[in-house]
Design a protein around this ligand. Structure first.
Ligand code: AMP
Ligand code: MG
Length: 418
């Protein structure tokens, strides 16, 4: 009898002795160092630039406002008013937005002025119409009013030549307002990153198809495609491949021509049917990453004909967590957005948990009544918890003993762009 049973190891998340597990921060630093923008630059009209990534620094061509103007509807004159009653003769004519008053307003006289109108010569102060009575020839009002009240200075918002937007910025509706207001029209932006998503596994069937016992519906592909879309990228459905190395190789070959980055799920460990990691290893550019993160055991990272491939774990929870933690910043870099850490918030825990040292942990979580609560199970196949959650709680690499009310770090899904 030469067969000897191994010692019982009931804790499937125990770190194998003697193997180096890469800390999350080290893995992120490597990605940051090795990846660069891959998307092409093109010029688009302002109205087509929403959600695009800026490939240039944008400077204001014109000041905002370009000329001093009125912030309210009222009456304009020179200088402030002392405390007490005032009677000011009213000039004929008026100044309106886009219809400047061409003349000069003499000292001691007032003119009707509307919001947005350039201040006529001789006007630096405006009184609200609600604070005035008039018979059409004079206005009566009460001081005090400070000189310059209700008037906007030229360039008080932005001066011509100011940098208004940085390269790498994903353009928001407000950004388009700013560019337009300061005289911009066309912008240099990057083409959107094309993100291919592929599922692997003999057990997978398509949502909507019939499933035999033992088969499961593909959950990762719809999730990862939707995630890419939410992040502002172009999701490219690369379909599903059974656990067959030749088929998988052919699919990757094809995909490498059409997408900028590939996210696969399943088959990333070192098992018999783990063809994803085997192929990446064969291709010579494989980084087998044993990252000290939970959930998310195997993460295979490699290049396929020059295209970065993230071989994500098959478990949907691990697939999403690894995507948000590793693929998100990596895709941002590839897309020209630069590197960014997600915005986390220190919030009181609405749970207690004892954590072992060695791995950074992410718990499915959501905010309720000012506390962050976590999903009842940490099982990495529990897809319902992903959907229940509205973000993730991050627990540091070391040991921890979290009690109700302790401060923990919460990342809303929105902090990851999803
Ligand atoms: P693997 O990484 O291929 O060993 O898969 C780990 C676990 O995730 C297995 O239980 C798989 O059945 C499951 N899995 C793999 N891919 C998917 C998928 N696309 N949707 C749902 N579950 C999956
Ligand atoms: Mg599999």
């Amino acid at each position: 009898m030469t067969l000897k049973p191994p010692p019982l190891r009931n804790d499937c998340f125990a770190l194998p002795a003697g193997v180096h597990w890469t800390p999350v921060d080290e893995a992120l630093a490597l990605l940051r160092e090795r990846l660069h923008p891959v998307t092409e630059v093109e010029t688009v009209a302002l109205q087509d630039a929403l959600d695009r990534v800026l490939a240039e620094e944008v400077t204001a061509r014109r000041s905002n406002p370009p000329l001093p103007n009125s912030a309210v509807d009222g009456y304009g004159f020179a200088g402030g008013l002392a405390e007490g009653e005032h009677f000011i003769p009213l000039m004929e004519g008026r100044a309106a937005a886009g219809l400047a008053f061409a003349g000069v307003v003499p000292q001691g006289q007032a003119i009707r002025i509307l919001t947005g109108a350039s201040l006529p010569d001789g006007v630096d102060t405006v009184i609200l119409e609600e604070d005035v009575t008039t018979d059409g020839t004079a206005i009566a009002c009460h001081g005090p009013l400070r000189q310059g009240a209700n008037a906007r200075k030229a360039g008080e918002d932005v001066s011509a030549g100011d940098v208004i937007l940085m390269e790498g910025r994903r353009l928001t509706p407000a950004d388009l307002a700013l560019v337009s207001a300061t005289g911009g029209d066309a912008l240099e932006v990057r083409k959107p990153l094309r993100v291919g998503v592929l599922s692997t596994g003999d057990e997978l069937v398509e949502a909507g198809d019939g499933a035999k016992p033992g088969q499961i519906f593909d959950a990762n592909r719809p999730m990862l495609l939707a995630m890419a879309a939410r992040m502002g990228y172009v999701p490219v459905d690369l379909g599903r491949v059974v656990d067959d190395r030749a088929l998988l190789r052919a699919r990757l070959d094809e995909a490498a021509h059409t997408v900028d980055v590939i996210l696969t799920s399943g088959g990333a460990s070192a098992g018999d049917e783990d063809h994803m990691s085997a192929l990446l290893r064969e291709s010579g550019a494989m980084q087998e990453w044993r990252i000290a993160i939970k959930p998310g055991r195997p993460l295979a990272l490699g290049m396929w004909n020059g295209v970065p491939v993230f071989g994500l774990p098959g478990n949907p929870v691990a697939a999403l967590v690894c995507s948000l933690v590793f693929a998100r910043p990596a895709m941002d870099l590839l897309a020209g957005r630069g590197w960014s850490a997600p915005q986390g918030f220190q919030v009181p825990a609405g749970f207690s948990k004892r954590k072992k040292p060695g791995r950074r942990e992410y718990l499915r979580a959501r905010m309720r009544d000012g506390r962050v609560e976590v999903f009842r199970s940490e099982g990495s196949g529990r897809i319902s918890g992903l959907s229940w959650a509205e973000g993730l709680v991050e627990l540091g690499d070391g040991a921890d003993d979290i009690r109700d009310g302790d401060s923990v770090t919460f990342f809303p899904y929105a902090s990851f762009g999803v």
